[in-house]
Design a binder for this molecule. Structure first.
Ligand SMILES: Cc1cc2nc3c(=O)[nH]c(=O)nc-3n(C[C@H](O)[C@H](O)[C@H](O)COP(=O)(O)OP(=O)(O)OC[C@H]3O[C@@H](n4cnc5c(N)ncnc54)[C@H](O)[C@@H]3O)c2cc1C
Length: 317
């Protein structure tokens, strides 16, 4: 079922969902299942599976370093199919511009269609680790808007180069990213919102936000988006702080602010066990306020471990 259909069917009741990361190449998928199992009692209608950018590795070959490109966490579509089959739940693969040609993206989408995957998140992807700025892959897209258009074209039976009569059209529900504290490269929040509007005009059906820790920013973002004419569901994505290092890491990586009260509480913690507890309690309060405001879904970034997401869900749902 499409995410928008899940939301419509819930008739105003807030749904629970979460995002997972594929295991590292060479690791067993069982650990992923062990982290999903405890969350299934909260009946997520869908689970997102991220896609990682490719990266360079250097292999010593007779004293010379040979550069190879590899993806450390492959398998997004396979994992989506496995989870869908095992738990009978909808899965949402993240589809990236970066690292994929348009043709590769088309084949990936065809796979999704055959597997009965009805939702995809269309994302540009971040810059590669060694790059300061995002560089489009040769033959790939530069912005997520273009990727949304490609998916939307497939929905109308329009493939990239082939002049074919498609009698079995895809019908993907398309999610895109939104940034309550603006995307790090955008010159202003207003400009960023105009670009979000372009993604919706190109065919995006819903928005999932970057994590935020101050609900006011989400509420203001939704109000500004509505003013801009963005009328699709805007799903808040949130995450409980789990380790002290997050105080530096999250602002650095995601360019987001943390509220003073949360910083103070985390700084007073003796160890990361105490930080995890503070993170859970803060996230419960944040979730309860969002729930009261009637958000369509509370979407949690699990980052692989689910014990804290389970503790939050127990306190909220
Ligand atoms: C919910 C969510 C899930 C994510 N999942 C993943 C994942 O699985 N894997 C991963 O690698 N990353 C993921 N990301 C991170 C995302 O890939 C990065 O934030 C990336 O830098 C931007 O992606 P985007 O789709 O928002 O890009 P875009 O919408 O293309 O925007 C990127 C930047 O370009 C600007 N822009 C857009 N259109 C134009 C234009 N026409 N002209 C000039 N500027 C323009 C925007 O304002 C913005 O600053 C996720 C982010 C979110 C919020």
């Amino acid at each position: 079922m499409k995410i928008t259909e899940h939301i419509a069917q819930a008739k105003g009741k807030t749904l629970f969902s979460f995002e997972i990361i594929p295991p590292q190449k060479g690791k067993n998928i069982q650990e992923l299942y062990n982290n999903i199992d405890p969350l299934m009692e909260f009946k997520p209608p869908f689970i997102d599976v991220t896609t990682s950018r490719e990266e360079y590795i250097y292999i010593d070959k007779d004293g010379l370093l040979d550069r190879k490109t590899t993806r450390m966490r492959p398998g997004t579509v396979g994992i989506c199919a496995a989870i869908k089959h095992k738990y009978n739940v909808d899965t949402v693969p993240h589809v990236l511009c970066g690292g994929f040609t348009k043709e590769e993206t088309e084949y990936l989408l065809v796979d999704c269609h055959y597997l009965g995957i009805e939702n995809v998140m269309a994302l540009r992807g971040d810059a590669m680790k060694h790059e300061q700025y995002f560089k489009a892959t040769n033959g790939g897209h530069t912005f997520a808007t273009e990727l949304v258009s490609q998916i939307q074209n497939l929905n109308t039976g329009k493939y990239l180069h082939d002049v074919i009569d498609a009698d079995d059209k895809a019908d993907f529900c398309i999610g895109v990213a939104g940034y309550p504290e603006k995307h790090l490269e955008a010159p202003s929040l207003v400009t960023d919102l105009k670009r979000l509007k372009q993604k919706v005009d190109a065919g995006a059906d819903y928005v999932v936000t970057q994590m935020f820790f101050d609900n006011k920013k989400y509420f203001e973002f939704v109000a500004a988006a509505r003013k801009e004419g963005i009328m699709v569901p805007i799903i808040p994505g949130i995450k409980p702080i789990a380790v002290k290092r997050h105080l530096q890491l999250l602002p650095q990586v995601f360019k987001i602010d943390l509220p003073e009260e949360l910083i103070k509480e985390v700084e007073q913690c003796k160890d990361n066990k105490a930080v995890r507890q503070v993170g859970v309690e803060y996230c419960i309060q944040q979730s309860k306020e969002l729930l009261k405001a009637g958000v369509p879904v509370l979407h949690y970034y699990s980052m692989g471990k689910s014990d804290n997401i389970k503790a939050v869900a127990q306190g909220v749902f």
